[in-house]
Design a binder for this molecule. Structure first.
Ligand code: FES
Length: 313
């Protein structure tokens, strides 16, 4: 995957405990490409590591991109690098990509955030406020660890509901999901457990899947999935992909080399063509249009919705 731009760290500050917000801009101060709310950048975080970070702006024309990075001391080192990179240094990034855009035809938007998962929803919130779209944001965070609270309070007013404790948060989610008017879309980002809980509550409350949108951070948050078979179109070989084993791991175990780098669904390196079958996309790389085209899959994290997925291998 090519990194499209070199940007300068223009400014950086701590917006909550362990969360560093960075402002990135072109070296010449010129305008940056617009993006749809909920987009992310893939950033090269030293030593070839690449992480995806949500953009927190509304996506309208601007000379700066803002991202917020939670420091994970036991992670792969990318967040530590992002917490160390000094103002004035440059970083290599991709153009913004999105798989978590607001649905233009929605009558109402129910936004749900947990912890650092508020970042793409801050972007949604800014856009909704700018365009006058009806929305409510429910934000759950550990006491003292809420990010961007001042901005959110100012942007949302009474449309923001904060939950520094978990039990009232879960109760409010259940209640909101039961009382939303027809035509509402729900968007959730946060820890895997929160996303799973919201999806389950939404199903119980009768929400159609196409009105529930989730953004996971990385493969760490993914469930182990159900088994399926990868059929290799050029040889006709069948490769079994068991629960808890990624398609990439299964292919490698079968002796099939696929270029890869992050193994987290963010860098775009492991893209494989799909001939038949429906991929279950779990990456942060493909755009919504690329997903809808259904002709490729990021095999490090994505799986199959069908019992068999025929790959262009
Ligand atoms: S290896 Fe990076 S997206 Fe799969």
């Amino acid at each position: 995957m090519t990194l499209d731009m070199t940007l300068v760290v223009q400014d950086a500050d701590l917006v909550a405990n362990g969360i560093r917000s960075l402002r990135l801009g072109r070296p010449d101060g010129g305008p940056l490409p617009r993006y749809v709310p909920g987009s992310h950048l893939v950033v090269e975080c030293g030593d070839g590591r690449r992480n995806a970070y949500s953009l927190t702006g509304s996506g309208t024309a601007s000379t700066e991109y803002r991202i917020s990075v939670l420091h994970k001391p036991d992670g792969r080192g990318g967040s530590s690098w992002m917490h160390r990179v000094p103002v004035g240094d440059t970083v290599r990034v991709t153009a913004p990509r999105s798989a978590f855009a607001p649905v233009a035809t929605a009558r109402r938007h129910l936004l749900i955030a947990g912890g650092i998962g508020v970042t793409p929803l801050l972007s949604h919130t800014r856009a909704a406020a700018e365009w006058g779209r009806p929305f409510t944001l429910l934000y759950g965070y550990r006491p003292g660890a809420g990010a961007h609270l001042d901005e959110l309070r100012e942007l949302c007013g009474t449309r923001l509901r904060e939950f520094p404790e978990q039990a009232p948060f879960i109760g409010a989610l259940r209640q909101e999901l039961r009382r939303q008017p027809l035509g509402t879309h729900v968007y959730v980002c946060g820890p895997g457990g929160l996303i799973d809980a919201v999806c389950e509550m939404a199903r119980d409350a009768g929400w159609p899947d196409e009105r529930v949108h989730a953004e996971r951070f990385s493969a760490d948050d993914l469930d182990p999935g159900v088994p399926f078979t990868a059929r290799l179109a050029r040889s006709g070989r069948a490769v079994g992909v068991p629960t808890g084993v990624s398609l990439l791991d299964a292919l490698e175990k079968a002796g099939i080399a696929v270029p890869n780098m992050c193994r987290q669904g963010v860098c775009g390196e492991c893209r494989v063509g799909v001939r038949t079958g429906r991929a279950e996309h779990r990456d942060l790389f493909l755009s919504a249009a690329e997903r809808a085209a259904g002709d490729s899959v990021m095999c490090c994290v994505s799986r199959s919705l069908d019992e068999e997925l025929e790959l262009d291998l």
